[in-house]
Each structure stands twice: as C-alpha cells, then as structure tokens.
Design a protein around this ligand. Structure first.
Ligand code: NAD
Ligand code: KPL
Length: 308
C-alpha cells in the first residue's frame, strides 16, 4: 500500500521516516512550490532520536496537492485548523476505497473532515507520541507513546488490516479500537484540564499542583459535559487521570504552551472552545470551563495570537 502524508511537520516526518525505513512506499505532500523547492534542495526527511545522537536520512519523494496520482492511504498530519483546507486540496485524488487517517489533536476537525468526505473511510488517531521539528523536515522523536486508531463512522467494519500491518512493520505502535471517540474525548478532557492553565500560569505541567481547587472544579464540570455527550467511559475517574498525567509529565511544557512560546497559533478552537460549545449545546453548568476559555483567550491576545 502506498502512503501519502500531507504535512511534513513533526509528526508527518516521524511517520514518513518510519515507513520509508521499512521500504513501505510513501510520498509527502507539501504546501506550495516554494516548500517543494526547499525540500528538493534538502537532504530529505531526517529523523533523530530524543538525545539527537542518531539521525537517519530518507530521500522520500515529495509532490504538491495538485499532483494527479490517486491516493489510497492519506495521513493528514497538519494542525486541526488547517485540516479542512488541506483535505479539500486533495479531495479529487481520493476514491471510494481510500483510507484517510486524521492525526489532529482535540475534537471538531475530525467530524468536519468526515462530513466533507461522506463516502471515504476516515480513521481518527489519538496519539501520545511526542515529536518536534529541529529544522525544516528534521523531526526529533522526543517521546515514545501509543496511538489508538478507529473509524469515525460505521465502527463495526473489519479493521483495515493492510494499514495495521504497515504500522506493525514500521514499528509505529498502534492499537485498533472500535471506540475511538472514548479515546478522543478522554484526551480532549485531559488537554482542557492541563494545557490552558500552563499558558495562563506560564508554567510546566508539574507546577499545576499549586492549583488543585480550580483543576478539580474543572474536572467535575468536564465530567458533566462528557456524560451529557454520552461519553460515560471517558468521564470515569477523570480527576485521577488528570492528576496522574500531571505527575507523569511534570517536567513537560504542554504543547499549547510551546505553541505560545514560539508565537504559533494554538488549537484552542478544538480544545476549550469545542468543550464550551458542547457544554452550551447540552445545557451543562460549567462556569469554570467558560471562565477558563475566556482567560485563555485573554492570555493569547496578550501574546498577539489568534483567539480561535
Ligand atoms: P506541525 O505544525 O509540526 O506540522 C504540520 C505541517 O502541516 C506543517 O509543516 C504545515 O506547513 C503543514 N501543512 C498545513 N497545511 C498544509 C497543506 N494544506 N498542505 C501541505 N502541508 C500543510 O504539527 P505537528 O506537531 O506535526 O502536529 C500535527 C497534529 O498532530 C496537530 O493537531 C497536533 O496537535 C497533533 N499532535 C502532535 C504531537 C507532537 O508531538 N508534535 C503529538 C500528538 C498530537
Ligand atoms: O498532551 C499533552 C500536551 O501537552 O498537549 C499533555 C498530556 C498535557 C502533555 O504535555
């Protein structure tokens, strides 16, 4: 099976390099002619280990969205706010047997893509792997993790075996689930309960231990939203999960805080804004969540960043 990876950022390069390492055919789709020229002049995709003591080079072929080649398996590896436009640009190249894997954090973008592609099998990923770009097309695999993959609709279909075999062969640690929404909602709730506070208090994850009351209140409110949305399993023991993640990632600067530090747009619309919209639609009482979202927007405004 040939893979096309749209978005040659941290995760796109990480996946591309692992597939190429095992000779699984892979192409990257770049944003524009300028990026394509820069890529052709570069040594290709590079992948380093966390300590950057080892780097592998992979001269993976690259193309633009306008290329005519049909796409059998697309890994969408851009940010959530770019996902719709990115998929639109390659939609004509997809067919009824194509698979589209969505790597985006948060919730909202996945449903939008499935609506855009009603007849295409869209598979959502919930990933705890960590990577960052040391320079263009050079990804550093900073944190081992795990990926859950599952269908967004018709969750009783047989698993996409060829895709899973390719992941196994490329040592991409993933598990197929018939209940991807539980994973996506649970991760959304954890990200809501950690990331915005690290931006507002400008602190590492572990320093959130100084703010137990507001985090516990928020967890209780998020639990109400999850339950009202029918996500009973994702709602279970949310407080304990959040404190355990804070403990295990205490030296981390959250992804949202890193985005802010580097002047990059955040995925707020797919994290707290999504949770607030759900809360309103389901008529939940969530004053702490609403206040948090407003505080986060104010903090982003101070940094001159988009509040959506
Ligand atoms: P990134 O910003 O490093 O890479 C995204 C890439 O997509 C960029 O190179 C961008 O130019 C490209 N892109 C955007 N629109 C495009 C288009 N239309 N055509 C071609 N390329 C396009 O992002 P990332 O860190 O790899 O994250 C991707 C998603 O995965 C995000 O939703 C993120 O939250 C999630 N995620 C990331 C990590 C991580 O450790 N990096 C971990 C878990 C989840
Ligand atoms: O997923 C994360 C993120 O930073 O986005 C956590 C789990 C909070 C780890 O930092």
């Amino acid at each position: 099976m040939k893979w096309h990876i749209l978005g040659a950022g941290s995760l796109g390069c990480l996946w591309a390099a692992r597939l190429a390492e095992k000779n699984i055919p892979v192409r990257i789709i770049l944003r524009n002619e300028g990026t394509l020229t820069r890529y052709i002049e570069s040594p290709g995709i590079r992948l380093s280990n966390a300590l950057r003591t080892q780097t592998q080079y992979h001269p993976i072929p690259a193309q633009l969205a306008t290329d005519a080649e049909p796409i059998d398996c697309l890994l969408l590896a851009c940010k959530a706010y770019d996902a719709r436009a990115a998929v639109n640009a390659v939609a004509k190249r997809l067919h009824s047997n194509s698979l589209v894997i969505l790597l985006q954090n948060g919730l909202g973008s996945q449903q939008a893509i499935q609506t855009l592609l009603p007849n295409v099998r869209c598979i959502a990923a919930s990933s705890t792997e960590g990577a960052y770009l040391a320079s263009p097309f050079h990804s550093v695999f900073a944190g081992q993790g795990h990926i859950y993959l599952g269908d967004l609709q018709e969750q009783s279909q047989p698993p996409p075996q060829q895709l899973l075999d390719n992941c196994l062969q490329a040592e991409i640690p993933c598990t197929w689930t018939t209940d991807i929404f539980t994973h996506l909602w649970r991760k959304l709730a954890v990200n809501c309960a950690i990331n915005p506070f690290t931006v507002i208090y400008n602190c590492l994850n572990g320093e959130l231990k100084q703010h137990p009351a507001v985090i516990n209140n928020l967890c209780n409110e998020l639990q109400l939203v999850l339950q009202a949305a029918g996500q009973v399993q994702a709602a279970q023991n949310l407080q304990q999960t959040v404190w355990s993640v804070i403990d295990k990632t205490s030296h981390n600067s959250s992804s949202m805080r890193q985005d802010v530090a580097q002047g990059r747009r955040t995925e707020i619309s797919y994290i707290t804004a999504f949770a607030c919209a759900q809360s309103r639609a389901l008529q939940c009482q969530t004053p702490t969540l609403f206040a948090l979202h407003t505080q986060l927007q104010n903090a982003l405004r101070k940094h001159g960043l988009s509040t959506t």
